[in-house]
Design a protein around this ligand. Structure first.
Ligand code: NAP
Length: 325
């Protein structure tokens, strides 16, 4: 197979495409002929040597893919050769073939083409599991997602809005803020010029946000606790603003609030399988009926992986950047 390999941890110049032996599906696994994969922010950290693959995962980058089943391992009955699928991966997506545990294989949502389907698994599983399965966002609640123009943000806005919640978001450029409003945000906040705590409080008669999905970590911790409504839930999934900060437990306790931090990649197989099954049941119908559209800003050939990483790193892209082998 063709796959992206790396000479040493570092910048985009360390990435190239090489031939590697085809992976072989073991019991409970399938082999997928990859139609497309997507660049995730975690891949940038992996490239720099800061986010090694979990034990047993492929050394090749790539946390999601779409494609066609090429072979099935022992005991796999739900999928057959030729089925079109998309999948959540612990690694290995930047390649023409990848092996996937069967619990992480999902059908392509109705009406979505095979290449575009690669934009969905990571954002759908992350947003659904954190905002709904963990934080339990309800239709009458207020939701704040930071980084609304990113892959996670563009999906979170649409999913929360589709379920009836009021959605607020932060974004760094006017173009991204406009897109966020088109996708269903009631208000997109300029995080450089405005204070998101003040804006959300003012728009909600002082109530604040019931659920916050955060990509910034340390930098936003104090203000995220500030913006929480009574019984609010802050879910931290990214540390773009650092990992260590002081938490005012008094402020959290007074609100009966919760701070939760999660990672999808390192979850056990059965946990990932539960999330994928729940996404297929609850989220795919909203994609199929057009309530949620995949947001893709660029699709590049695998050989242009360096440019794809540069695009995501620069935050110029809106939504996802895809790679096709
Ligand atoms: N824990 C997990 O399981 C998990 C799973 C998937 C993703 N993640 C994390 O979730 C985060 C988002 O992922 P992604 O794939 O959506 O990445 P992405 O597409 O690169 O989006 C990140 C966004 O953050 C915005 N941003 C930068 N500085 C900001 C600030 N100070 N305030 C608000 N927004 C800011 C960027 O754009 P602008 O500055 O132009 O607005 C960009 O749109 C990443 O940190 C990623 O590692 C975690």
């Amino acid at each position: 197979m063709r796959a992206v390999t790396q000479s040493a941890p570092g910048g985009v110049e360390t990435l190239s495409v090489s031939d590697l032996p085809d992976p072989v599906p073991g019991p409970g696994e399938v082999l997928v002929d990859v139609a497309a994969t997507a660049v995730n922010r975690a891949d940038l950290l992996q490239r720099q040597g800061f986010y090694p693959p979990p034990p047993g995962a492929s050394e090749v980058m790539g946390l999601e893919c779409s494609g066609t089943i090429a072979a099935v391992g022992e005991g796999v009955e739900v999928w057959s050769v030729g089925d079109e699928v998309c999948a959540l991966l612990a690694g290995g997506g930047y390649a023409s073939k990848v092996v996937v545990p069967v619990g992480q294989v999902m059908p392509v949502p109705q009406g979505i083409d095979l290449v575009t389907a690669a934009a969905l698994p990571e954002v759908a599983c992350t947003v659904w599991s954190n905002v709904f399965m963990v934080a339990g966002l309800r239709p009458d609640e207020v939701f704040l997602v930071h980084g609304g123009g990113g892959g996670i943000g563009t999906f979170a806005i649409q999913l929360a809005a589709a379920t009836g919640a009021r959605v607020f978001t932060t974004a760094g450029t006017e173009g991204k803020r406009q897109r966020c409003v088109e996708l269903g945000a009631e208000r997109a906040i300029d995080y450089r010029e405005e204070d998101f705590v003040e804006v959300v409080r003012a728009a909600t008669d002082g109530r604040g946000a019931d659920v916050v999905l955060d990509n910034m970590g340390a930098k936003y911790l104090a203000r995220n606790v500030d913006v929480l409504a009574d019984e609010g839930r802050l879910v931290v999934i990214g540390m773009q603003g650092g990992s260590k900060a002081e938490l005012n437990l008094g402020a959290l306790l007074a609100k009966r609030g919760a701070v939760i931090a999660t990672a999808l990649r390192s979850r056990p197989l059965d946990g990932k399988a539960r999330i994928c099954a729940s996404v297929v049941e609850h989220v795919w119908p909203l994609v199929a009926d057009g309530s949620i559209v995949p947001v893709v800003s660029a699709t590049l050939p695998l050989a242009e992986v360096a440019e794809a990483h540069r695009l995501v790193e620069s935050s110029e892209s809106v939504g996802k950047v895809l790679l096709t082998p």
